[in-house]
Design a binder for this molecule. Structure first.
Ligand code: AMP
Length: 218
């Protein structure tokens, strides 16, 4: 089974994807994280990608397609042996990317079985993202409201916490605007294909997880 998890920034889609990975062993494709690691590598496109990330703009579809293909084709055969699927988080983010992904999966005789859309209001997104802190040492993500770190700017591992460049108010608004403009058509397409499930993201993490597991029939 291959799943897409979509939701506005701060909806908790990453948390839900990780719970599904832990419990069912899916292969996790978190596009934002993959792009951030490319931006911090010696990839010739690193600086260009960093520019998109810091402004909250979407990285061009063609680059994202190459990254996704690289990931899917590398993992596909081992997943097939283990009868596991992919969870795509933050990808696709446009109908063009949706169609690219369907096409890539089709080449392996696979499809997107379900799109889980986690909903939260815009004010809640802004509130949650402004409170998010990443550990510079172990990479763990904290939230000063929903999942507070041991010290105001310190991780459990002792590492220093920072705020992502694109979690500043202007970039957050930019990202949310882009998200909503692009997501509407994706949801419409998923609804037409009968694979859309909407889940209310303003509830405890466990309750959301249970509903998703039930919806997926796992
Ligand atoms: P996220 O961690 O999902 O909030 O993504 C952070 C940033 O990565 C976005 O603001 C975009 O600049 C970029 N990004 C993530 N996923 C995609 C995608 N599917 N297509 C284009 N850009 C993306």
């Amino acid at each position: 089974m291959n799943i897409m998890i979509l939701g506005p920034q701060g909806s908790g889609k990453g948390t839900q994807a990780e719970l599904l990975v832990k419990q069912f062993g899916f292969n996790y494709v978190e596009m934002g994280e993959i792009l951030r690691s490319i931006a911090n590598s010696n990839n010739p496109k690193a600086e260009e990608i960093k520019g998109y990330l810091n402004s909250g703009k979407l990285v061009p579809d063609e680059f994202v397609r190459t990254v996704a293909w690289d990931h899917i084709s590398k993992k596909e055969s081992s997943l097939r042996e283990k009868k596991k699927g992919f969870i795509f988080d933050g990808y696709p983010r446009s109908v063009a990317q949706f169609e690219q992904l369907e096409d890539m999966l089709r080449r392996f005789g696979k499809k997107i079985d379900k799109l889980i859309y986690i909903t939260i209001p815009e004010e809640e997104s802004i509130k949650r993202l402004s409170a998010r802190r990443d550990c510079t040492k172990c990479g763990r993500i904290w939230n000063q409201i929903t999942n507070p770190p041991p010290g105001p700017e310190t991780c459990e591992c002792g590492g220093k916490l920072t705020q992502r460049g694109d979690d500043q108010p202007e970039a957050i608004k930019n990202r949310l605007g882009i998200f909503h403009a692009n997501t509407g058509p994706i949801l419409k397409k998923a609804r037409e294909e009968g694979i859309l499930t909407e889940v209310d993201g303003e509830r405890p993490i466990e309750a959301i997880h249970e509903e998703i597991v039930k919806e997926l029939g796992l």
